[in-house]
Design a protein around this ligand. Sequence first.
Ligand code: GDP
Ligand code: IMO
Ligand code: MG
Length: 430
Amino acid sequence: MSKVDVLLGLQWGDEGKGKVVDVLTPQYDVVARFQGGPNAGHTLEFNGMKHVLRTIPSGIFHREKINVIGNGVLIEPCIFKGEIEALKEKNVDATQNLYISKKAHLILPSHRLMDAANEQSKGKSKIGSTLKGIGPAYTDKVARTGLRVGDILSADFSARFEHLRQQHIQMARMLGFDVESFQLEGIPFAEYEKRWMESLQTLRQFRLINSEYFINQCLRDGKKVLAEGAQGSMLDIDFGSYPFVTSSNTVTAGVCSGLGIAPSSIGRVMGITKAYCTRVGAGPFPTELFDETGKRLCENGHEFGSVTGRPRRCGWIDIPALRYACMLDGVTDLFVTKPDVMDDFDEVKMCTAYSINGQQTDELPFEFNDVKIEPVLQKFEGWKTPLAGTTSYEQLPQRLRTYLDAIEQHTGVHIMAVSISPDRKDVLFK
Ligand code: GDP
Ligand code: IMO
Ligand code: MG
């Protein structure tokens, strides 16, 4: 019986999960997404090509590997169809090696309407959602009113769709939202709904399976399974900076419920962190930089949302948050990405504790959003050496090694590898 290895983000998302999954896929037989939906944007680069995946696991470019969209994931059929078509343009026929859980929930156009209505009604306390309908679709899942992928095969699908849609429209109106002028992807809502219905045809071309049976059978057959996280641990619905979070369990525990495997079937947990920190959308970010250094991180790191294009907020690495994520996730191995972004920095800083009302702590307070948190910063000399062209971990500049050693010491987790460019080939295993 083999186990499911997990790869997930330890920060506020966009740590480089897509790239790393793509790099690790040759070691696995199956790659499975377990939560989230098209709020994710996972970037892969190889052979001079760049590709962004939303719902589809990042193992899809390895044709001999099976990719699974698990029951914990949300699928927006129009966005999914767009992903499939973009893959086709790159000569990847995903119908052959992508299986979809019948229990995965659907994002309806009216969930996206509700997302927009909810955000508008929050005024200044907006979450900064990607507006892909994630919150409302998970709400319906929990309220036991949602529609699942397997339902598209049933005769009463249209009636159930219409019933739910009417509810959403009524709720949006109650929130004072202008439903009549609402547009999705630049087209009127009603027209988008038609496209959505048509794109169910694309979904029907895939193997719709009971993925919990499939994954457990793979484990019994000794196959190697990699679970790919979306978002990051600090966006977890229970442990993230609530309410500035996403609506799913992004931590390792989500793998069990999102794929239907037992906790004892979890193997290694690989956690990814950037060498610094970013966040997109609203919510607390103790190490955020509002100065030139923050701008340089954003520019050097091309820190713009892969889904929304929004500039990402940037700051120093946050050890209390990282330790918290390592604890919640049971991280066995760390993966550090993007140190190359700080190649030309004279000095690099690391937040090792928080100072709150003059008291130092290395724990995240309950009042994360409402207190003024001063980061306690440890300084490191910049390595001032381009990392491009480095081919082994041992070749990394000593000053960067010192910085990486400090991350290991503070988290108590060893670093498995470092990524030094967006490209598949630039990963240095320790
Ligand atoms: P994900 O959501 O965790 O998969 O991450 P995103 O794809 O949203 O954002 C990560 C961005 O950083 C992408 O544009 C990647 O191409 C890029 N990237 C990944 N690893 C590295 C790295 O080591 N160095 C640099 N400079 N860029 C990287
Ligand atoms: P990947 O998988 C970064 C953020 C949004 C917003 C909050 C809630 O690419 O790392 P939602 O759309 O879920 O209602 O948004 O969570 N967010 C992400 N930030 N990377 C992501 O995914 C994210 N998915 C959601 O910006 O603040
Ligand atoms: Mg992303």
